[in-house]
Design a protein around this ligand. Structure first.
Ligand SMILES: *Cc1c(COP(=O)(O)O)cnc(C)c1O
Length: 352
């Protein structure tokens, strides 16, 4: 019966991180350092949890399709922009491409990067054009990306970039926005860990969508909630293309609650900034400078897969970068976790 499945889903797909419980079962480690998925290791803010608990008993009703509670909280936190919401930023990426891209049209992506843009584009029958980053610095060539974006319906730039960690200067983003023929999707999943401010571009450009998520700095990965800053013309069409009620009541309440507690993200941001520097200084393999809550480590002569296995044996789960197309196979990506997790990682990798 598999012949019935569309060809774009017969191979590949999203590659998930290894499960800590499975590593523990395999190697018998007592405590496993979970540094593979760029999550905030702290539980969510009490304000988020309380708001979620209050929302649960009314879950017999469908959610508010306008997600008012969250839009209000976003406006009071970030200002009077137009917002999109979705089941994770992944949900927003999927819906945005569905809103804009006809089968046979082009999506241009600066690579190596997060894989889901390409997967979502292919599911829409789009052609994906990869625009390679510099393989030493991983910076983009804005002229090159802008040129590819001239004929693309959507151009995708991740900054700070997953998995390389570097951010793109705002002037380079501006250069791309000036030239492209479609929409720029700027993925800001990690922007809170950087000192870059792209939001001011929203005032000038009506071809820019900036994606954000509650999964990383806000500790709500399990609730699947993302948002985006968007030009006003796009909002009603995005809503038409979306599945009805894409954001559930509990997640919307939790996210709004999270925005009421600015100290929660601040604690982790401080933790990240300190440990990024320590990783660079203390790990014996080259660690790339990062603007995100993870670092890319060049583990050659090992492959990423070999290093992941070596570290798993020592109780540390990290991400091999083999699945990131366009990146050589000798890299791992390591999230900043709790102190003991980061310490265990440094000890483990330096012992290899
Ligand atoms: C984690 C991540 C996302 C997805 O976030 P969700 O809101 O959990 O779907 C999007 N983009 C990048 C680059 C990410 O690393």
């Amino acid at each position: 019966m598999e012949r019935l499945v569309r060809s774009c889903f017969r191979q590949g797909g999203y590659v998930f991180a290894q499960k800590a419980e499975e590593i523990a079962a395999k190697y018998g480690g007592a405590r496993i350092a979970q540094l593979a998925s760029n999550e905030n290791p702290d539980p969510p803010s009490v304000l988020a949890v309380t708001a979620a608990e209050k929302a649960l008993p009314v879950s017999n009703r469908y959610p508010d399709e306008r997600v008012d509670i969250l839009i209000k909280a976003l406006k009071s936190r970030y200002g009077d922009y137009h917002y999109l919401t979705g089941a994770g930023m992944d949900g927003i990426i999927e819906t945005l491409i569905r809103t804009l891209v006809e089968s046979g049209e082009t999506v241009a992506v600066a690579t190596p990067t997060f894989s889901f843009y390409g997967l979502a584009a292919m599911a829409q029958g789009a052609h994906v054009t990869s625009v390679p980053r510099d393989l030493n610095t991983f910076s983009i060539d804005p002229e090159h990306l802008a040129r590819a974006g001239k004929t693309a319906k959507v151009t995708v730039l991740c900054s700070p970039n997953n998995p390389t960690g570097n951010a793109t200067p705002v002037d380079d983003v501006r250069e791309v926005l000036e030239v492209i023929g479609g929409v720029l999707f700027l993925d800001n999943a990690y922007v809170e860990f950087s000192d870059h401010d792209y939001l001011r571009l929203m005032k000038t450009y009506d071809n820019l969508v900036i994606g954000r998520t509650f999964s990383k700095v806000h500790s709500l990965a399990g609730l699947r909630i993302g948002y985006a800053f968007a030009p006003s013309w796009l909002v009603p069409y995005y809503q038409r293309a979306s599945t009805p009620f894409a954001v559930n009541t509990v997640s919307a309440a939790a996210a709004a609650g999270a925005l009421d507690d600015p100290d929660h993200p601040k604690r982790y941001i401080t933790q990240v900034k300190g440990w990024r520097a320590r990783f660079v200084n203390e790990v014996k393999f080259p660690v790339l400078p990062s603007d995100a809550n993870f670092v890319l480590v060049d583990v050659s002569p090992y492959t990423g897969d070999q290093m992941v296995e070596n570290l798993a044996q020592r109780g540390v789960v990290v991400r091999s970068c083999r699945s990131f197309a366009g990146l050589p196979d000798h890299y791992i990506r390591v999230s900043v976790g709790k102190d003991w997790e980061n310490e265990l990682f440094i000890k483990a990798i330096n012992g290899i």
